[in-house]
Design a protein around this ligand. Structure first.
Ligand code: ATR
Length: 382
């Protein structure tokens, strides 16, 4: 009887050649990796020479302006290529940290090569959070020995106990835990207490302290466009974000009016904060200097929606949207078209993240790099 070849022993010619091809392609990768490594080291050699010049000139090693120029240039050159800009940010953030290491004899800002400080964002859902890419880019860019992960948390009380037990250095808190987390902490910053929401925990030698850096984000983002004091601010919406925005601008000496779709919710928030309320349909733009959208209207996939009709916008108004996906919402596009100054949601998000980074590490935040990491991630999203 004829012996039939066993399929496992008999290799198809195509499979054989694919195996060969795989080997060949891997050899190409090995060659390229060697070349990349050689170029990286060559780049570090140049960085070392620049370090010597900086020392002679008496200027600091770190130049955040130059760093952001380098990133911007790389991302422009790279536009449309196979390597997504989110990876360009990661690779070059690490490379710049290495460059600073060779330029400086100072020890690295955190535990060096020891165990990294661990950070997380607790939320549910949390998979789309942009905090991990933003903070990991900041760690890489500053050489801070930290790692940051997104953790889906159902029970915030258990998560905070876990944070204590594991010694996490800090955490971001997001939907739906910003309010309920207050009961789990040892100290709450007065502004966070008044807003009734914590978005940041700092583990200060075992004592868990809660802050609300959304306030800092709002102040920073607005103050870059307009002095807040004495201005009339229209806050669109009456949820947690509206509470943080209205509380913050009033604290900075502005007057706020809550405009909300549902009267009861809007009135309750306005009464609690001691500000005015009007139904959303009554927004006319009259006498208003700053408009902040805190509703999800216009967020992807409902990109065609806007909370305020274009005809109610006028030049001179500063329009801020906390929606960051898309980066330019319909509200912001229409506001720009009539000549308003605009602030996008990424600006606000990055500004609140800056404050978190500073609270956790004590280092100045590399804001441009954080922004680029977030933008690159948003652009890479389907
Ligand atoms: P958060 O706490 O994140 O701010 P929230 O508590 O869900 O979110 O609040 C969302 C706000 O957006 C609410 O004020 C909501 O208005 P209602 O109080 O009328 O529900 C507002 N909002 C959501 N969708 C809206 C829409 N399509 N048009 C107008 N306002 C909307």
């Amino acid at each position: 009887m004829d012996e039939k070849p066993h399929p496992a022993n008999e290799k198809e010619p195509a499979a054989v050649s694919d195996e060969k091809r795989l080997e060949e392609e891997r050899r190409v990768i090995d060659g390229l990796d060697g070349e990349i490594l050689r170029l990286f080291n060559e780049r570090l050699g140049v960085a070392a020479r620049i370090g010597e010049i900086k020392t002679r000139l008496g200027i600091p090693v770190r130049d955040t302006f130059r760093e952001s120029q380098v990133f911007q240039r790389l991302m422009n050159i790279n536009q449309g290529r196979l390597l997504a800009n989110r990876y360009v940010v990661r690779v070059f953030a690490a490379l710049m940290a290495a460059s600073r290491d060779v330029q400086s004899s100072d020890p690295r800002p955190s535990g060096g090569s020891g165990t990294p400080d661990i950070f997380a964002v607790f939320g549910n859902p949390v998979v789309h959070s942009l905090s991990p890419v933003m903070h990991n880019a900041a760690f890489a860019a500053t050489g801070y020995n930290g790692v940051y992960a997104a953790i889906r948390v159902k029970d915030i009380r258990l998560a905070v106990s876990g944070m204590r037990a594991l010694g996490l250095r800090g955490a971001s808190i997001t939907i739906p835990h910003k309010e309920s987390v207050l009961a789990c902490l040892d100290y709450i910053d007065p502004a966070a207490r008044r807003i009734k929401a914590v978005n940041t925990i700092v583990n200060d030698a075992g004592s868990l302290k809660g802050f609300n850096t959304d306030c800092d984000g709002v102040i920073q983002a607005l103050a870059e466009k307009i002095p807040i004091k004495g201005r009339q601010v229209a806050v669109i919406g009456a949820g947690g974000a509206a509470r943080a925005v209205a509380f913050t601008v009033v604290g900075q000496g502005a007057r706020a009016t809550i405009f909300n779709r549902t009267r009861e919710k809007g009135e309750a928030l306005a009464a609690d904060l001691g500000v005015d309320f009007k139904p959303l349909t009554e927004f006319s733009g009259e006498g208003c200097d700053i408009l902040v959208n805190t509703t999800p209207v216009g967020m992807s996939p409902q990109r065609g929606d806007t909370p305020i009709p274009a005809e109610k916008l006028r030049p001179g108004l500063v329009v801020m949207d906390i929606v960051y996906n898309p980066l330019k919402t319909r509200l912001l596009r229409e506001a720009e078209a009539v000549g308003c100054a605009t602030i996008d949601g990424v600006t606000m998000f990055v500004r609140q993240g800056m404050r978190q980074f500073e609270l956790w590490t004590g280092l100045p935040a590399p804001v441009e790099i954080m922004r680029m990491a977030v933008e690159a991630e948003l652009l890479a999203a389907p």
